[in-house]
Write a protein that binds this ligand. Structure first.
Ligand SMILES: NC(=O)c1ccc[n+]([C@@H]2O[C@H](COP(=O)([O-])OP(=O)(O)OC[C@H]3O[C@@H](n4cnc5c(N)ncnc54)[C@H](OP(=O)(O)O)[C@@H]3O)[C@@H](O)[C@H]2O)c1
Length: 268
């Protein structure tokens, strides 16, 4: 979608997005937000039934959200989706939110299998998507949004394997930006702090409900994503760090888990 015909800030009318990781958490919230803003979303995850539940049966029935069962670590499957959409519904926005962490994440307990799974989904999966959709993003002067993490900037409880993939994404996005900005492809990286999503259930000690109330919500990241992709084409929100105000600050992203801040401890 070229500059002059772009809808205004906050609107996605006439635009077509692919959102990975769209079955739960941040990706589902982004899919809902882009649909709410008038866009059409091709929603990608391994569980299409959960996409329908969380993005909404109305959006699916109206053809505004199209679920796709694709594993982003399968380069051929990602390529097949891109080939299909190039013919039927060319894409101007690619949001890469699919990601995982593993419960046993301390560096001494990280297995080779876990390392390879983290790299396959969190890092390779984003490159496979960018590689497969880049021609459509170029043709439509489009947007790539990468969901990295504050773990790319500062070490925290999320572990060395996860941090390595999220730092890798920062390098990938920066490299893609420098290579593609003159082609009209706008690359934005969002680095969230702690967000209350199902990924937290995979922590060795899942955060208690009291702490989750203080976390970012997926909708906070979705609002940032919508801003990034609907700013005028001249403006690139290149990197955005968002932390949970009462729990984190820049450089202090080690979440209060298992230790809670005094104000959140039971009985106080
Ligand atoms: N929550 C946080 O505190 C936080 C902070 C910083 C960054 N992030 C990042 O935000 C992104 C979204 O995570 P979330 O917090 O929203 O967690 P989440 O609710 O667990 O969402 C993860 C999503 O990724 C999808 N996914 C996982 N493996 C996949 C694969 N191989 N192929 C396709 N889809 C796959 C999952 O869907 P299926 O299982 O259906 O495939 C799900 O939709 C991740 O990249 C995460 O690293 C999260």
């Amino acid at each position: 979608m070229t500059g002059p015909s772009r809808p205004p800030l906050g609107r996605m009318d006439g635009r077509v997005a692919v959102v990975t990781g769209a079955s739960t958490g941040i990706g589902a919230a982004i899919a809902r937000e882009l649909v709410r803003a008038g866009g059409k979303v091709h929603a990608v995850a391994r569980r299409p039934d959960v996409i329908i539940d969380n993005v909404g049966t109305d959006a699916v029935a109206a053809g505004r959200c199209v679920p796709h069962k694709v594993d982003v670590s399968d380069a051929d499957a990602v390529r097949a989706l891109a080939d299909e959409l190039r013919e039927s519904d060319p894409v101007d926005t690619l949001v890469c939110a699919a990601g995982i962490n593993v419960p046993r994440r301390r560096v001494a307990e990280l297995t080779l299998e876990a390392w390879h799974e983290l790299v396959a989904i969190n890092l390779n999966g984003v490159f496979y998507c960018l590689h497969a959709f880049l021609d459509q993003l170029r043709a439509n002067q489009g947007d790539l949004v990468v969901i990295s993490s504050v773990a790319a900037s500062w070490p925290d409880h999320s572990g060395a394997g996860y941090g390595a993939t999220k730092s890798g994404l920062l390098g990938l996005a920066r490299g893609a930006g420098i290579d593609e900005h003159a082609n009209g492809v706008r690359v934005s990286t969002i680095l969230p702090g702690i967000v209350d999503t199902p990924i937290l259930d995979n922590r060795p000690i899942p955060p208690p409900s009291e702490l989750r109330e203080w976390c970012l919500q997926p909708e906070d990241i979705a609002a940032t994503c919508l801003l990034a992709v609907t700013l005028p084409p001249r403006a690139n929100l290149a990197e955005s760090t968002m932390v949970a105000t009462r729990l984190q600050s820049l450089g202090k992203t080690q979440q209060a888990n298992p230790e809670l801040p005094p104000s959140l401890r039971r009985g106080e």
